[in-house]
Design a protein around this ligand. Sequence first.
Ligand SMILES: Cc1cc2nc3c(=O)[nH]c(=O)nc-3n(C[C@H](O)[C@H](O)[C@H](O)COP(=O)(O)O)c2cc1C
Length: 277
Amino acid sequence: MRFRAERVPGKGRGKQLGFPTVNLRIPDGLQIPHGIYACWVRIGAQTYPAAMHFGPVPAFGEADPSLEIHVLDRVLESTPEWVEVEVVRWIRPVQDFDSPEALRAQIQQDLVACREALGVAADPTERVAAHLRRLGVPFHVHRFDRSTRTAREAAQTLGTTPDRIVKSLLFLADGNPVLVLVSGSHRVSTEKLARACGANRVRPADPETVVRVTGFPAGAVAPVGHATPLPVMMDDALLTADVVYAGAGAPDALVALPPEHLRRVTAARVLDLREEP
Ligand SMILES: Cc1cc2nc3c(=O)[nH]c(=O)nc-3n(C[C@H](O)[C@H](O)[C@H](O)COP(=O)(O)O)c2cc1C
């Protein structure tokens, strides 16, 4: 079952719930029961896995049906005017909830069910691998039975030196997120970074911002596959290694690839960003 629908303004509650939605005009003659569905959504040339709500919104006292989609695992770069939806599986009926928290918890479960219905892995490591595969670079994901969260742990686990470990660090430059790739032997110079960004103030992002912006927990941030589009800067010392190991989205996983490929897949600006010893 497929349909094409035009975007209409929403009420902005989805964003507050933590699940932003694109609201759609209900196409004439849409012949499906009210409910929550797993679907694929085509926006321009891209297709995304998504969850769809079709029906009244009792949680907010609305009897009129609404049609909206929440795209999984990513924040859309622009708001589409039209989308194409392929409905894959009915998940559950629309329900009433006592509180936004109860609705939020249910939507979280819905997203798990949608992923399963669509065969989309929730494992963030898979998200990183899928991203690299799409970009066509050779890489290898290593999974360990112990933490590779810090550069030192990662180097020890691999039996290598910290200069081959890539730290993917999120900074806020005058409030704007920027991801910095630097080797495990170096620290980022916030002065150099501020100069490179043309910013007055640069500071490391707090863990909540890291999760929201990158989609990965702090300590497991990968250089690609982020929840929002991010500018990337790379310290040029990384380019001297033959192969480097970056976070792969989980605290026990690393992705190995030549630094030149890392630069290519991240479209990173390369410059000297390290603190002098
Ligand atoms: C996966 C999913 C499931 C939802 N399930 C329900 C539901 O069972 N009951 C309900 O009242 N609203 C449900 N909603 C709709 C939310 O209440 C809605 O997204 C929110 O009110 C935002 O509306 P807005 O975009 O107009 O601001 C669901 C939304 C999504 C994305």
